[in-house]
Design a binder for this molecule. Structure first.
Ligand code: SAM
Length: 291
């Protein structure tokens, strides 16, 4: 059988053959360990029925393993220089479709319809470019794509924020936004030594399992997310203070305190102590008072 792409030796060969130079600005840290890739694929729950969307195939390390384990792989790569390389390294894998596009500009829902079977289980799997992890994940979540899960290698601290529990240091507006759409779990910690070049930060694999329905009812999603953000605006301040600042002249601190009492939330608590259902109650309260 063929030599895997994801080894130090094969990766060096490919880079030398094409005189490829890494672009730090594109978050290019390639995986050189097949075991790590197989673990990611196992955690993602990929099998021969799966359709997979990959973001940033690089020279194809993860793409190759996905092609082996899944039914079909659709991969978005922004760097034009990698396309001829991928055509070479992935030659013989006829279940891979490459799209040369910035994922932030992509119409993924249309691509899903065009590339996968109706009712096929679809998973997103990626070793993400770290400089735009949050914009990529929030775009994919907010579009509410028909995907079962997103399993991504990202910076350890960001993974911890997305999977955090209330009353922890990492819990914040990003946590609530991600957990509104998914169940989040850190499934692996990954050493720097499995990348070429090695990144400056530690990495983890985060698995997001898409919810069938939101865990709470909110009257208006945009409004909900802005109330959550306002509640964390100054982490050390009370909910009452943060919200009265957000609403400026509309309500004073005392009025906000009374409104919060009405839904059983003490206004002297901090935003970090509220769980998602308390945030929903809070947002709905202010939404109804204004609409
Ligand atoms: N999947 C490969 C691996 O694991 O070895 C490469 C991962 S590397 C961390 C990130 C990849 O994402 C690079 O190939 C980079 O060129 C690509 N990339 C960066 N920004 C992108 C964007 N906005 N849209 C699509 N791909 C992007």
């Amino acid at each position: 059988s063929k030599k895997h792409i994801a080894t130090p030796m094969r990766t060096k060969e490919i880079l030398a053959k094409y005189k490829f130079s890494f672009k730090k600005s594109l978050g290019q840290n390639f995986l050189i360990d097949v075991n790590i890739l197989e673990n990611i694929i196992r955690h993602a729950g990929i099998d021969k029925k799966s359709g997979v969307i990959e973001i940033g195939p690089g020279i194809g390390a993860l793409t190759e393993q996905l092609a082996i384990h899944a039914e079909k792989v659709l991969a978005y790569e922004i760097d034009q220089r990698l396309l001829p390389i991928l055509a070479d390294t992935l030659e013989g894998y006829d279940n891979v479709e490459l799209i040369h596009q910035d994922i932030l500009e992509a119409t993924v829902e249309q691509a899903i319809k065009a590339n996968f079977k109706p009712d096929q289980p679809i998973h997103i799997v990626a070793n993400l470019p770290y400089y735009i992890t949050t914009p990529i994940l929030m775009k994919l979540l907010r579009e509410q794509l028909p995907v079962s899960s997103l399993t991504v290698m990202i910076q350890k601290e960001v993974a911890e924020r997305m999977a955090a529990k209330p009353n922890s240091k990492s819990y914040g507006s990003l946590t609530v936004a991600v957990q509104y759409y998914t169940e989040a779990e850190v499934v692996m910690k990954v050493p720097k030594s499995v990348f070429m070049p090695q990144p400056n930060v530690d990495s983890s694999v985060l698995r997001l399992t898409t919810r069938e329905n939101p865990p709470v009812h909110v009257e208006n999603e945009d409004h909900f997310f802005s109330i959550v953000q306002a509640s964390f605006a100054q982490r050390r301040k009370t909910l009452r203070n943060n919200l009265s600042h957000f609403f400026k002249e509309k309500y004073d601190k005392e009025t906000i305190g009374k409104m919060l009492d009405g839904i059983g939330i003490d206004g002297t608590r901090r935003g970090e102590s509220l769980d998602i259902s308390e945030f929903a109650a809070l947002a709905n309260l202010f939404y109804k008072d204004n609409n």
